[in-house]
Design a protein around this ligand. Sequence first.
Ligand SMILES: Cc1cc2nc3c(=O)[nH]c(=O)nc-3n(C[C@H](O)[C@H](O)[C@H](O)COP(=O)(O)O)c2cc1C
Length: 137
Amino acid sequence: MKTIIVYYSFSGKTKKYAHELAAKENADVFSLKAEKPRTVLGAFLVGAPAAMRRKSARIGTLGFGFEEYDKIILAAPIWAGYPAPAFNSAVQLLPAGKQVELHFTSGSGDSSKSAQGTKDLIAGRGCELLAYIDVKL
Ligand SMILES: Cc1cc2nc3c(=O)[nH]c(=O)nc-3n(C[C@H](O)[C@H](O)[C@H](O)COP(=O)(O)O)c2cc1C
């Protein structure tokens, strides 16, 4: 089973988490980069409201093909209760039929406000959700 962890990290916590997970799972790892990196103020004033509206962010072309992998782990921080916009960009690229695991990092370890809607997004791509994991960092 070939696995890739695709993550977005704004301030570095999800990056560290994703790399530790990749080592444990013997998985490849890929970092999503926002084409327009946000300042902290921008993350709160623009990024967080965008997350609440489930907007995506421009992430450019990926350096790999999702098709090569059986299992895809997506990891992202929670902003204002919702996954950061780069997560939505990755979801839009998921090919149908993949096994998907979601890991969300947050200060509270609680993304219950948005969890069901996020699970529905994965189902909407025709993917099987293996796990939804909240991580308190
Ligand atoms: C714009 C913004 C909004 C955030 N909103 C929440 C939130 O609603 N709930 C929460 O528990 N943590 C919130 N956090 C904290 C982050 O989710 C948490 O620190 C996360 O692990 C950071 O990951 P990163 O370092 O990879 O960016 C927010 C952080 C930012 C920058």
